[in-house]
Write a protein that binds this ligand. Sequence first.
Ligand code: EPZ
Length: 427
Amino acid sequence: MDRILIRGGNRLSGRIAISGAKNAALTLMPCALLTDEPLTLRNLPRLADVDSFGHLLNQLGVSTMVEGAHPTDFGRVMTMRAARLTSTVAPYDIVRKMRASILVLGPLLGRMGEATVSLPGGCAIGNRPIDLHLKALDSMGAEIEIAAGYVKATAPGGRLKGGRVSFPVVSVGATENAVMAAVTAQGTTVIENAAREPEIVDLCNLLTAMGAVIDGVGTETLTIEGRDRLHGATYQVMPDRIEAGSYACAAAITHGALELFGARANDMRATLAALSEAGITVEERPRSVYIEASNGIAPLTLSTAPYPGFATDMQAQFMAMLTRANGASVLTETIFENRYMHVPELARMGADIQVRGHAAVVRGVDRLVGAPVMATDLRASMSLILAGLAADGETQVNRVYHLDRGYERLEEKLQGVGADIERVGDG
Ligand code: EPZ
């Protein structure tokens, strides 16, 4: 297994190109199932999860072709074509490795009138149920059966019916599955308390480009008029707001200055507001966001919340940054029940963090000390990298396959702005 070694203490400065958004790519790719025409996605990030999703689509009979990057993008171009699907089963061995596979459920139902998808199971940050996904599809007439670890869904008569979906809890994935099921249902679907993440706006924009009729994009109420069929499209994946926020924290924790090229400030208002409150300079430029930290980090009180609130996917990275603040911060994680796996690892590096229920009190320390640490989940891994960048001495981050799921060319991007970082294999 690869490890990443960091010798901390360098002040980062320069430009980092922000890649296409992982969490947008993973909901845009299954849209290929909704048409028999080609769907081309530009600015796709080079990530393990994107590759896994491509393999899943291949299993279903979708052809995928990857080309080089478009001259104006950083990511790859992938053309997918579901001319004729050969399977409607998403098998356990794929789903267990990538829970976002559940996002084929809605489009498969919409296209084929049936779908059999392995239950994704939990992960390090929580048990990750899918009851809201199933409730949404049930509201559109799907018949759902759960047996032997699989969800089997069928649309009576081969086509879902427009219905009213009202979510008791905001769920990104359940909203995405509901939208992808509704765009070819018979009649109109109203989705209430829909998630409003920018990745969902990206999904609605792509589906609209494919001929879908969606009203209320970006709001908590979506009204979707089902179409008999959708056509192909070419679409550019939005920039990754979480990658951009993560590198903003890298600038902050190293008292550096980074230009996040391609970042879209409008998608990351809560993150940028928190950085400004911590005394970090944030400058919005036409094609980038500039972050400079020259006079220390002020402590913060932050709670994660659904968009447009402070993103749960930014909590671990902010915690790393706040271990170096001038005072005590309080972070409260309200979305996932176990998203503090990075705390004991940060503590090994000298951080002073007390977790009490959903709250973590982070007392700033004068210095962090490099140590061997263990990555447990994607964003926790990034928080360990950030701490390593600021720590005295060498930090060794193990199990970096977690990182490769969500950060494209991480060490290359950080080397490019002055970090002393390298990846070593076990050989
Ligand atoms: C998406 O996960 C993201 N993943 C997550 O990013 C992100 O943390 C999360 O949204 C919240 O923003 C992708 O987009 C691939 P949810 P998702 O459904 O859709 C509960 C990362 O690091 N819930 O909004 O699975 C759930 O347990 C990853 O990039 C139910 O109870 O998140 C959680 O407590 C991690 N029943 C809350 O809702 C359901 O049916 C929010 O989950 C579904 C969810």
